[in-house]
Design a protein around this ligand. Structure first.
Ligand code: BG6
Length: 470
């Protein structure tokens, strides 16, 4: 739909950007921090580990000052579970609490709203050794951890996110380093883990409402509209299958406390329905989100897959679909350009996705990731001309405004990432930030912060409340 006049971004719109603890902090074993699954993982050849990352742990004041200079209204970051509970459960590490208190207080001193993700791919290794999310005790461990988070930070934090991209951990855990040391688990195990995470999330949402009545909480999945490769009814069905399995399984459970019926039938077909114990569905229903946070990078395109034994995940990741026998298979998107890393670029798909979520759930929405991974180059005079990133973000912000005009209750936009950090599986030279961090995969250099062209551009976007995009 075209409009003659567009609605404005709301006055108090939360312009900001995002990071996650293990991808940005470094200090992997400092000040009492315990090991997470990311600290003991295997890293793809040619890519760095997460030991130093962007060293935000030691640079947070300098980095937050840069965020303030850009005019951020919000900063989305995650708490490393193992920094405050080194073993996942048990003794609290006061130094970890102190670090996040410092970060939160520093943000607030500039009037930047902290948006806290409680768990972003970094399960404590001690819990992983006891079975990780396959073990029901991890649900209690997460609830206990949530309690510590709410007790420690709930007096100042108004927005909490439960679990980052639970859907991606279930679909691509081996790639994201969250699947444990033996690589990908069989589907039966994965969907049991998924059930436990859903329960943990529901308990945390309920606890947040009980303990911090003025705070709001929501899930943070990766959501992408799924397109059929053609208008053939069979392709449309395939797209609906994949969307239920990839998107709605997670949001239906978080919002309505029930399993999506197509996703459930898929699990039945594969023989991987989870064991649901007495009382579980009541727990799911009791946890209600106040809003939906979601990460959007691109849309997915799939086609009918008639062959039962055509399963292929070899080229798939967060934004590249795969093939499931008799359910769907990845197809080429029509006419969409791709990033240097092969992810389709689809700003209109962003509007589609916003509208779809809005129609299904009718809740306020915040975008907690959106961005372009690229090999940035530093030219003479410390110039980083990342016009391609500006172009990507500009087109997505334009579509966000159209979605607001469509009636979507969007209250914030936090692209990925505030500063350069280490990608989940493609190293630190796949950069996303507004601020360049001077290091290579294996040469830490001086970790100097350099403002990219997009830094100045985003500053203008924020100060004009989304009016000035050129
Ligand atoms: C999301 C994750 O999947 O995408 C982030 O929440 C991640 O942690 C981001 O970094 C970009 O993906 P990648 O694989 O390029 O790091």
């Amino acid at each position: 739909m075209n409009y003659k006049t567009l609605k404005d971004f709301p006055e108090d719109f939360l312009w900001g950007a995002s990071t996650s603890a293990y991808q940005v902090e470094g200090a992997w074993d400092e000040d009492g921090k315990g090991l997470s699954v990311q600290d003991v993982g295997k890293y793809p050849e040619g890519t760095t580990d997460f030991k130093v990352a962007s060293d935000f742990y030691h640079h947070y004041k300098e980095d937050i000052k840069l965020f303030a200079e850009m005019g951020f209204k919000a900063f989305r970051f995650s708490v490393a579970w193992t920094r405050i509970l080194p073993n996942g459960i048990g003794e609290i590490n006061q130094k970890g609490i102190d670090f996040y208190n410092n970060v939160i207080n520093e943000l607030l001193s500039y009037g930047i709203e902290p948006i806290v993700t409680m768990y972003h791919f970094d399960l404590p290794y001690e819990l992983e050794k006891k079975g990780g999310w396959s073990n029901r005790e991890t649900i209690d461990a997460f609830e206990n951890y949530s309690k510590v988070v709410f007790e420690s930070f709930g007096d100042r934090v108004k927005y909490f996110l439960t679990i980052n991209e639970q859907n991606m951990m279930i679909l691509f855990g081996a790639i994201l380093g969250t699947a444990g040391e033996d690589g990908e688990d069989p589907a039966k195990k994965l969907y049991q883990q998924n059930h436990h995470m859903l329960l943990a999330q529901a308990k945390a949402m309920k606890l947040c409402h009980d303990m911090c009545p003025s705070a709001k909480i929501g899930p943070a999945p990766n959501i992408s509209s799924v397109y059929p490769a053609t208008s053939k009814p069979e392709d449309i069905l395939a797209a609906s299958n994949f969307s239920s399995i990839r998107n709605w399984l997670y949001l239906d459970a978080a919002v309505y406390g029930r399993y999506n019926s197509v996703a459930w039938s898929y699990m039945e077909k594969k023989g991987c329905t989870p064991v649901i114990e007495d009382g579980d569905m009541e727990v799911l229903k009791a946890g209600k989100p106040d809003f939906i946070a979601f990460n959007y990078y691109s849309t997915m395109t799939v086609a009918e897959n008639k062959e039962e034994d055509m399963n292929d995940k070899s080229k798939a990741d967060q934004q590249r679909a795969f093939a499931e026998g008799g359910v769907f298979k990845a197809a080429e998107s029509v006419g969409l350009p791709k990033t240097e890393f092969g992810w389709p670029i689809d700003p209109v798909g962003f509007r589609n996705t916003l509208r779809e979520i809005n129609e299904r759930y009718d809740l306020p929405l915040i975008v907690t990731e959106n961005g372009l991974g690229a090999y940035d180059k530093v030219e003479e005079g410390d110039i980083i001309d990342d016009e391609y990133r500006i172009d990507y973000l500009r087109k997505h912000i334009e579509q966000a405004r159209l979605a607001i005009t469509d009636g979507v209750k969007l209250f914030g936009y936090c692209p990925w990432s505030a500063i350069d950090l280490v990608s989940t599986h493609e190293g630190c030279t796949k950069r996303y930030g507004f601020v360049y961090v001077n290091r290579d995969e294996f040469d830490l250099k001086d970790l100097k912060r350099i403002k990219k062209k997009s830094f100045y551009w985003y500053k203008d976007v924020i100060s004009s409340n989304g009016e000035k995009l050129e």
